[in-house]
Each structure stands twice: as structure tokens, then as C-alpha cells.
Write a protein that binds this ligand. Sequence first.
Ligand code: FES
Length: 67
Amino acid sequence: MLVEGPVDIVTADGTTVRSDRFVVAICTCRRSRAYPWCDTSHRRRRPAGPGPGGRQQPQDGEEEPRP
Ligand code: FES
């Protein structure tokens, strides 16, 4: 979720974290290693079998193929 900054986020344990960026991505999937900030970990998916053209989806820990 993109929000306009600067923002103060209060986490579940009561810690307040701040970002001074103009726009900041907040993690809503809880997969981010930089939680509460989004680090694009939400893009990684489990394989759903071969898709159109027989292409496999990347598995956890693998990088997505580059175009
Ligand atoms: S929304 Fe969780 S890593 Fe992007």
C-alpha cells in the first residue's frame, strides 16, 4: 500500500517507526524482511504448475526471471 509521507507507523508491539520519504510502501502481507515497509517480497509466489507456454513460477527464495 502506497501512502504519502512522511509517516509514523505504530507496530503491533507498540514501536513507532518513521519514514521521511515522499511516498512509502507499507507491507500488508507481512512477508517483508523490512516490515512494516514493503520490500517487494509479496511478489514471490508458490508454483501453480506450468503456466501458458510451460513456464514455471519462481519458488520461495528464487528470483523472478528477468525479461
Ligand atoms: S506488501 Fe508485503 S512485501 Fe510488499
